[in-house]
Write a protein that binds this ligand. Structure first.
Ligand SMILES: Cc1cc2nc3c(=O)[nH]c(=O)nc-3n(C[C@H](O)[C@H](O)[C@H](O)COP(=O)(O)OP(=O)(O)OC[C@H]3O[C@@H](n4cnc5c(N)ncnc54)[C@H](O)[C@@H]3O)c2cc1C
Length: 414
C-alpha cells in the first residue's frame, strides 16, 4: 500500500532526523532535511544500548559505526566505595538482541548517519528552519524557509517532523505544555586520558556520588567523564565548569583514585539535565521525534536509542501518527519508571540484600536467583524488555523484601 504522505520536511539532522530521513528514503518518500549545523564538537549521548544495533543494521551502517565506536560489553554501577554491580550484555545471549553495544564519539557517529541519508538521496537545506502557527493547530514552514528548498516549488511538505532535539521547535511554536520530571540537575563533562579502572575494555561505569552521579564512558582513545548533580550542590565545587568537574572528581574516592594521573583533553561542557515529555506529540500535518518529543534522564543511556527508535516507528506508522505517539509514550514511561529504581536506591538495596543472602546461604538456589535477576535487569537496561510487565512486576515484588534488609533511602541518588 502506498502512503498518503509523499513529501516530508524534517527539521533537525541529529540522530533522530537523519535516521528518519534514511528510513523514509528507503520507502520511496521524498525527504527534505533542514539542519542549522550548530552541533558542537563535544556532545553527550556517547553510551549506546544494545537495542540500537538492529537499527544501525537496518540503516546498513553497523560496520561503519564499529569502525569509529568503542565496543561496549556492559555497564557497572558503583554504589559505595567498595560495592559494585556488574551487568554484561552477554546475558542477552539466546535472545534476538545483540550481546554488545557501542560507545560512540558523537560527532563521528552523527556524521555517518548524515552520510547515509545523503547516499540515499535526501535533499538538504543547511539553514535554521522556521515554522509558523496556522488555524486548527496546524503548522507550516515560513515563506523564507520554504524558498530555501526550491525543489518543493512553493508547496508545503505533506508532513513536517520536529527533530530539533531540546530546541523543541514545534512545542514552542504551538505552546504545547510538557510533563516535567522532578530532577533539576546540571551535568559537566569532558574527555580525559590517564584514568584507570575500566574492566573489561569498553565497560561503562556509572557511579553514585555524595551529591549525584557520574559516568565514565570509554571511547576508543579517551574516556568521557561526566558528573550530574543538583544545581545548588554544584556551586560548592567552584565557580567555573572546570572547577566543578575537577572538584567533584577530586572529592569522590573512586573517581579520585581512578583519575590520579588524568589529563583533560577537552574543555568542560555544561548541560542542564531534566526529564520532559511533550503533552502532544502530533497534530494535523506535523509530528515530533527524538528529544523534541521527550527526553528521559540519561543515567541508563536510553536517549540515542529512543531517538533512533522514534525514527523507525515513525517510518513504519507514517499513516497512523496516533499509534506512533502512543507507542513512544509507552516507551518513555517505561524507561522513566525503570530509572526511578536507580535514583531512589531500590535497585541497589535489592543487590545488597541479594549479596547478603548469597553469603549467608551459599548454594545453587541463591546463585541461580542472582543470575536470573541479573539477566532480567540487563535485558531491561539493554532496551530488549524495558516495557515488559513481567520485568516491572518483578522489580516491584523484589524491592519489598530487599527493603527489609537494606534501606533503599540510604542508597538513593541525591
Ligand atoms: C547530560 C546528558 C547525558 C546524556 N548521555 C547520553 C548517553 O550516554 N547515551 C544516550 O543514548 N543518550 C544520552 N543523552 C541523550 C542524547 O544526547 C539525546 O537523546 C540525543 O542527542 C537526541 O537526539 P535528537 O536527534 O533527538 O536531537 P539532537 O541530537 O539534539 O539533534 C537536533 C538537531 O537539530 C538541529 N536543529 C535544532 N533546531 C533547528 C532548526 N530550527 N532548524 C534546523 N536545525 C535545527 C540541531 O543543530 C541538531 O543538529 C544524554 C543527555 C544529557 C542531557
Amino acid at each position: 500500500m502506498r502512503n498518503s504522505i509523499q513529501t516530508v520536511g524534517i527539521i533537525g539532522s541529529g540522530p533522530a532526523g537523519a535516521t528518519l530521513a534514511s528510513l523514509l528514503m528507503m520507502k520511496g518518500v521524498d525527504v527534505t532535511l533542514f539542519d542549522d549545523g550548530r552541533r558542537p564538537d563535544l556532545i553527550v549521548g556517547e553510551s549506546l544500548i544494545p537495542a540500537i544495533v538492529p537499527v544501525l543494521r537496518k540503516l546498513g551502517v553497523e560496520e561503519r559505526a564499529a569502525a569509529v565506536c568503542q565496543h561496549k560489553p556492559g555497564v557497572s554501577f558503583t554504589f559505595s566505595p567498595d560495592e559494585q554491580v556488574d551487568f554484561t550484555f552477554q546475558s542477552l545471549a539466546g535472545s534476538s538482541m545483540p550481546t554488545y553495544a557501542y560507545n560512540a564519539p558523537r560527532p563521528a557517529f552523527d556524521r555517518l548517519l548524515d552520510e547515509r541519508a545523503d547516499e540515499l538521496g535526501v535533499k538538504r537545506v543547511r539553514a535554521r528552519a522556521k515554522v509558523e502557527r496556522k488555524d486548527g493547530g496546524r503548522l507550516q514552514l515560513v515563506e523564507e524557509t520554504l524558498a530555501q528548498a526550491p525543489w518543493l516549488h512553493g508547496r508545503q511538505p505533506d508532513l513536517l517532523v520536529d527533530s530539533t532535539g531540546r530546541n523543541r521547535l514545534f512545542a514552542r511554536t504551538l505552546e504545547i505544555p510538557a510533563d516535567v520530571g522532578p530532577r533539576k540537575d546540571v551535568a559537566y563533562f569532558a574527555h580525559y586520558e590517564g584514568f584507570t579502572g575500566e574492566s573489561p575494555r569498553g565497560q561503562v561505569i556509572i557511579g553514585r556520588l555524595a551529591n549525584g552521579w557520574c559516568w565514565r564512558i570509554p571511547l576508543r582513545d579517551r574516556l568521557s567523564v561526566g558528573v550530574v548533580m543538583n544545581k545548588d550542590d554544584a556551586v560548592q565545587f567552584g565557580a567555573s565548569p572546570e572547577e566543578r568537574l575537577e572538584g567533584v572528581i577530586d572529592h569522590d574516592p573512586i573517581l579520585a583514585a581512578a583519575g590520579r594521573n588524568r589529563r583533560r583533553l577537552t574543555e568542560v561542557v555544561t548541560y542542564t539535565n531534566y526529564q520532559l515529555v511533550s503533552r502532544r506529540g502530533h497534530g494535523p500535518g506535523w509530528v515530533m521525534s527524538g528529544d523534541a518529543l521527550g527526553f528521559v534522564d540519561p543515567m541508563l543511556s536510553p536517549g540515542m536509542w529512543l531517538a533512533l527508535r522514534s525514527a523507525e516507528l515513525l517510518a513504519e506508522r507514517l499513516d497512523d501518527l496516533p499509534a506512533y505517539a502512543r507507542e513512544m509514550r509507552k516507551l518513555i514511561k517505561a524507561w522513566m519508571g525503570f530509572i526511578e529504581y536507580f535514583y531512589d536506591g531500590r535497585i541497589f538495596a535489592m543487590y545488597k540484600t541479594g549479596m547478603f543472602v548469597e553469603q549467608k546461604f551459599p548454594g545453587k538456589i541463591a546463585a541461580a536467583m542472582h543470575d536470573f535477576f541479573n539477566r532480567k535487569i540487563a535485558c531491561m537496561a539493554a532496551g530488549a524488555t524495558t516495557t515488559s510487565r513481567f520485568g516491572h512486576g518483578m522489580l516491584q515484588i523484589m524491592s519489598r523484601p530487599a527493603a527489609w534488609k537494606t534501606d533503599p533511602a540510604m542508597l538513593a541518588i541525591r
